[in-house]
Ligand binder design. Structure first.
Ligand SMILES: NC(=O)c1ccc[n+]([C@@H]2O[C@H](COP(=O)([O-])OP(=O)(O)OC[C@H]3O[C@@H](n4cnc5c(N)ncnc54)[C@H](OP(=O)(O)O)[C@@H]3O)[C@@H](O)[C@H]2O)c1
Length: 256
């Protein structure tokens, strides 16, 4: 089954779920990426900070799939904001890619001027086609508002922590109203959280609590990015398109 997409911008398409890669290193990162693509993930989320861009690039190339079918994301870390071009070139080189689909400012960092300088560098690479879309991560409402006024290419994504246990509803609504999609990181709380509402729904739909959490994210318009190194879990985390939660169930989970 093809993973559904959201449409955004003029002709953009982004899968409704992605594969997180933080803490995947070395050959494990290669194998997990290959496996994730083979079971249907099309969005792969990495970052220079994760020190696995090379392995993600190798994983992508070792699967027989048209590059245009994938949506590859990486990020620039605040300590690189003063020399952003070096960081962007290094990411492209490590990934061994002509372009990435989405480049995010990983964290806002302390200094507004440097943050803007990094974003302006991303805009230059957007002009050349080496970065298709620009976005931010861990930005609050104020930080987004400051940016919207000063940038030429608007960010299309804000990647933030989002799960039933940490649901930044107002920020999400603000971003969606400003044509920004939300990607949710740590969407399954590392598989360490449980709740009676999730347990009950897992029984009802014959799914795991993690699958209920991921389906909920999609139902509230957030793109979850679950990470796993384990093939069974990688596959089960995307096996969430054969059921739907009711409006009442979505509300109950949102209130956890
Ligand atoms: N922008 C940011 O600042 C930021 C911050 C954090 C994360 N992220 C991105 O978001 C992704 C996801 O976040 P995350 O890695 O922090 O947390 P997560 O996806 O919520 O949890 C990953 C952990 O859960 C375990 N797990 C995976 N599937 C499971 C399942 N079905 N049942 C039980 N346990 C399961 C994994 O272990 P196994 O590997 O052993 O399966 C791993 O330890 C990251 O990989 C990264 O791409 C971005």
């Amino acid at each position: 089954m093809d993973v559904p997409h959201y449409n955004f911008g003029e002709k953009g398409k982004i899968p409704v779920i992605g594969f997180g890669t933080y803490n995947l290193l070395g050959q494990q990162a290669v194998e997990a990426t290959k496996f994730a693509i083979s079971v249907g993930y099309r969005l792969i989320d990495t970052a220079s900070y994760y020190e696995n861009e090379k392995e993600i690039g190798i994983g992508i190339k070792s699967v027989e799939i048209d590059r245009s079918k994938l949506f590859l994301t990486t990020k620039i870390w605040p300590s690189d904001f003063s020399k952003p071009e070096n960081a962007i070139e290094t990411s492209l080189k490590n990934l061994d890619e002509d372009y990435v689909d989405l480049f995010l400012i990983h964290w806002p960092g302390q200094h507004f001027d440097l943050r803007l300088k990094a974003y302006k560098a991303l805009e230059k690479y957007n002009q050349t086609g080496q970065i298709k879309y620009l976005g931010v991560s861990n930005f609050n409402r104020q930080q987004i508002l400051e940016f919207i006024d000063l940038v030429d290419v608007l960010p299309v994504v804000n990647q933030v922590h989002c799960s039933p246990f940490s649901y930044p509803k107002e920020l999400i609504e603000f971003c969606l109203a400003n044509n920004m999609l939300i990607e949710g990181y740590t969407p399954i709380e590392k598989g360490r959280r449980s709740h009676a509402i999730l347990t009950k729904l897992a029984q009802k739909y014959n799914k795991s609590e993690v699958q209920i959490m991921l389906r909920w994210a999609i139902e509230v318009g957030v793109i979850p990015l679950p990470k796993s190194s384990n093939p069974l879990r990688i596959e089960s985390n995307i096996d969430i398109f054969d059921f739907k939660l009711t409006t009442d169930e979505i509300t109950k989970i949102s209130m956890i």
